[in-house]
Design a protein around this ligand. Sequence first.
Ligand code: AMP
Length: 483
Amino acid sequence: MTDITSLANSIPEQALQQVRFEDFGLSPDILRALSDQGYVHPTPIQAQAIPVVLRGRDVMGAAQTGTGKTAGFSLPIIQRLLAHASSSASPARHPVRALILTPTRELADQVADNVKAYSRHTPLRSTVVFGGIDMAPQTAALRSGVEIVIATPGRLLDHVQQKTINLSQTQILVMDEADRMLDMGFLPDLQRIINLLPKQRQNLMFSATFSPEIKKLAASFLTDPQTIEVARSNATADNVTQILYKVEDDEKRDAVSFIIRERGLKQVIVFSNTKIGASRLAVHMVKQGVKASAIHGDKSQSERMAALDAFKRGEVEVLVATDVAARGLDIAELPCVINFDLPHSAEDYVHRIGRTGRAGAKGDAISLHSDRDERYLADIEKLIKQKIVRVHLAGFVATSAHPAERRPRTERERGERGGERADRAERPARSYNPPKEKIDPWFSKPYEPSTVSVPASSAPAPKSGSAGKPQRKAALLGGFSKG
Ligand code: AMP
């Protein structure tokens, strides 16, 4: 297998502006759908992936979320399947020809929305299957015949077992966010699924990172893949301003609310390392008058969808998310992300801050850290090859910390990477009862910074100048929420 080389970087920005979707020989029905979406020029991953996928080659794509990779693989898939498109109502004329696997329900749903939008003027049919909801409507959709199925692995295997899906005519397999699928323990499921498919097929694999395990998986099922990369892995976007506020552990929750209020943030994702931490933080913020909601693997599917839709509509201003839950969210051009906890994996830091500053827009990535985070911080700075500026959060007064919170956090609360392993499609929801908080006035005394002091609203060189300026609204999938 070829090493990943940065092909995208070899396409000059100006040249990319000249490329149009018409140049790929896509059908007028697809072009019309793209025009409906308001797409004019392909993104770098699309410019590279579309011709390669159209030629029928296997692809190993290194692309992060927000690069437009979904259209990069789905447009040429739709084009290729058009040769088999049938306007017949008979299910037999609509066998499953393309299978797109995603790690999370949210990503499956978003990819499915995109595929539906891009194929809306064609006779091709598509559907999505994921766990946590009733199988019956999915079964009905599968039985009526669909050429493109978007699925999470667990629920797909349930359908295989129930014989409600037949994969024997699948010509194209896509593994989206393959690294996340491995992180979530889906490898055995993926292998079972691959074994159910015809040997002769086109394979596309997309992953934000390329660990040895991912390369091994790729080597096991891709044939002579064309490697495509749009951004150097682990590079952080130049247009994202990174700031570190040093805050005591027990003051972090108040600090987040303070930053959000000070900056007037209206759409922000706050990252927590743990599901329980995300829930607690969201509850705490709501008590402080911030419109917040948590989204993580212990939430039921309908709760997660409701939180996401409310966020897209602007009814929820702050989504508190774990890495796994956030990874599948298609929320582009977020003006700001906040790391409530520093991630214990430096790569996760890169993913998190990649949620902002997309497509050349400016973004702010704010991280809270305490002395105990130094080790993780060192790893992050090593990976991104830059020192993040550390400042005190002037003007901030913690009000609700209490002695019980001064205890060292447990392993579970500190959030080990495996903490989201159970964030599987079929996992039942658990309810969370936040502890009652008592406030000790001792902890309400003003915070006294000992070194440099920079207010939240005038942090060092915030290139994007969030303070005082109106916040950008996130541009969402297809531009609009489903409501
Ligand atoms: P993705 O990385 O596939 O999740 O796409 C990120 C966002 O970019 C989605 O909201 C897409 O609708 C949008 N998008 C994808 N391709 C284009 C394009 N060529 N022009 C404008 N927006 C796009």
